[in-house]
Design a protein around this ligand. Structure first.
Ligand SMILES: Cc1ncc(COP(=O)(O)O)c(C=O)c1O
Ligand SMILES: N[C@@H](CCOP(=O)(O)O)C(=O)O
Length: 527
């Protein structure tokens, strides 16, 4: 049975760990949060040149934060129309005049190529890097709608023209940049290693960053009267979870195409619980992707995969956030696991915008990491970027990146070339070992993060990444979505895998002597 298939089917069988469920805690305290808003025009969405000096106040009791933002937005004397964005063909020549309003429903250029969201850089450049740094910094840690979100705190660079009223947000982003002190020291001899935990998020993956943008725009389109009956995606489990949650929160129907028996139970249950229309299709992700593209070309269902460049506008904010978390100092390396290959470009775009607009003076080198069982980008890179060949992806524990025909291949190649980037791969054993090693130092990572960590281990051992290089590994999903793979690893029941870092529980008889014997043996080994 495949790793991913067994993840789903064996979940309800008795656990090898024999752990009793815990009693829930009774919670007697509730935190009361007093929303704070900045009185400055900048924080209200205007184009004020001066960064805000926040003033604390209490909004009227009968007003919620969305209404408060609405009042600020409509009463402002300087409408937020200075900044704008539109679709253009991806990597088009400067003489190309083809463009589309973001209010059009379009996913491809006239020639069938990818699109990109182009911002009006002349308008953004009217403010210097110090202004933008200070504006973005001023919005962190507040509940002001919609800037409490790590994505919408960069609204002017994301969807500048959307009305805050149309935004569908779970205050996503602002994820932990974790100093991996022990992992870096113990396994790599590194002192400046960081893990950007994008999976510690509303639906447990970085997809929330893009989905808030896409679903907000759909909300706007429906309000403008566009005949959209729903939003659809093909998914390996994370895009579908994010789409269904954001749609449910806005009351918009969502339709998800999932490859049967190829995603974890935790991922499968997310769209089911959020009320999506779930189609389990007897094919792989690439097959689902082809089908959703055909369906969205026929029916008024909006396409939510990252082929739709709106998604990447949200995802790029993770890069801006990393710079912000380092006080606008640029790391040397950023390592991202790649599947459909939208995210690696999103990271490039976020870093590139910060450089172009004067917030930083360079960009980091990017590494894209793939599972060896689904490695079309890696093979393309190794061939010296000669002809790209889609492949049939094989089963991998990193099931969310089991993709053989990535829609954003051109974007990924562009990002890697522009950032002096590298592509690495990880075998099943390497990625599972790396995940277990990271977990043993206090993280709880997903197999995709294991792929990125393997890339780091390889580049460190070949000396490409130095011991003091500031390096960020992007963790893309929460480990709790992939517990079955951890159970199999720690139970040492994966065929042809040594599971070198397995830590299985010890079965002990319920008497003092037996427990003492086991503990003494353990303590003598560890001292
Ligand atoms: C957990 C996880 N990590 C990494 C990726 C890869 O992202 P991308 O498809 O943008 O390359 C995905 C989805 O593909 C994912 O769900
Ligand atoms: N891992 C993804 C695959 C689809 O990627 P997308 O970014 O194009 O939506 C998923 O979780 O479905």
């Amino acid at each position: 049975m495949s790793a991913a298939a067994s993840s789903s089917s064996s979940l309800f069988q008795p656990s090898p760990f024999h752990l009793a469920p815990r009693k829930p805690h009774k919670c007697s305290h509730r935190l009361k949060l007093t929303p704070i808003r900045s009185s400055s025009a900048a924080a209200a969405g205007n184009d004020s040149p001066a960064p805000p000096a926040p003033t604390k106040h209490r909004r009227p009791a009968d007003q919620n934060i969305r209404q408060e933002a609405h009042l600020l937005h409509t009463s402002s004397t300087t409408p937020n129309h200075h900044f704008s964005a539109k679709y253009v063909p991806f990597n088009a020549s400067p003489s190309c005049t083809e463009s589309y309003s973001l209010d059009e429903i379009v996913y491809r250029s006239q020639s069938g190529g990818l699109l990109d969201v182009a911002h009006d850089f002349d308008a953004l450049r009217r403010f210097d890097g110090a202004y933008w740094r200070s504006l973005f910094d001023s919005r962190i840690g507040h509940t002001t709608w919609p800037y409490g979100s790590g994505v919408w705190s960069k609204k002017e660079w994301v969807l500048p023209q959307i009305d805050p009223d149309d935004i569908v947000s779970a205050f996503e982003g602002n994820s932990n940049l974790f100093w991996a002190e022990r992992f870096g020291k113990q396994f790599l001899g590194m002192n400046d290693l960081w893990v950007k935990h994008c999976g510690i998020s509303h639906t447990g993956s970085f997809k929330d960053l893009g989905m808030t943008v896409l679903v907000s725009q759909v909300n706007r389109l429906r309000r403008l009267g566009k005949p959209l009956v729903g939003v659809g995606c093909a998914s390996t489990g994370d895009t579908s979870a994010a789409l269904s949650a954001y749609c449910a929160s806005a009351g918009i129907p969502s339709i998800v195409f999932l490859p049967s028996n190829k995603i974890s139970i935790a991922q499968l249950v997310q769209p089911i619980a959020n009320g999506a229309f779930v189609l389990s299709i007897d094919t792989d992700f690439d097959g689902c992707m082809r089908l959703i593209r055909e369906v969205t070309a026929e029916l008024p269902i909006y396409l939510a995969n990252s082929l739709n460049s709106l998604r990447l506008e949200g995802q790029k904010t993770a890069a801006i956030e990393i710079l912000q978390q380092f006080d606008w100092e640029v790391p040397d390396w950023v390592i991202v696991p790649g599947g459909n290959l939208g995210n690696i470009y999103a990271f490039y775009k976020g870093f590139h915008m910060c450089k172009e607009l004067g917030l930083v003076d360079r960009i980091p080198r990017l590494v894209c990491a793939q599972a060896a069982n689904a490695n079309p980008l890696y093979l393309h890179y190794k061939s010296g970027w000669t002809e790209f060949k889609p492949m049939k992806a094989n089963t991998t524990f990193a099931s969310a990146i089991q993709i053989g025909d990535p829609v954003s291949i051109d974007r990924a190649v562009y990002a890697l070339k522009k950032s002096d980037g590298i592509v690495e791969e990880a075998t099943e054993e390497e990625l599972m070992d790396a995940m277990a090693q990271a977990d043993s130092t206090g993280m709880f990572t997903c197999p995709h993060t294991g792929v990125a960590l393997t890339a780091l281990i390889k580049l460190r051992s070949s000396g490409v990444i130095g011991p003091t290089d500031r390096t960020v590994v992007v963790s893309t999903a929460h480990g709790l979505k992939f517990t079955q793979s951890k159970i199999e690893y720690h139970s040492k029941c994966i065929p042809d895998m040594a599971c070198r870092f397995a830590n299985p529980p010890v079965q002990v008889k319920a008497d003092f002597g037996s427990v003492m014997d086991v503990l003494k043996k353990y303590l003598s080994k560890s001292s």
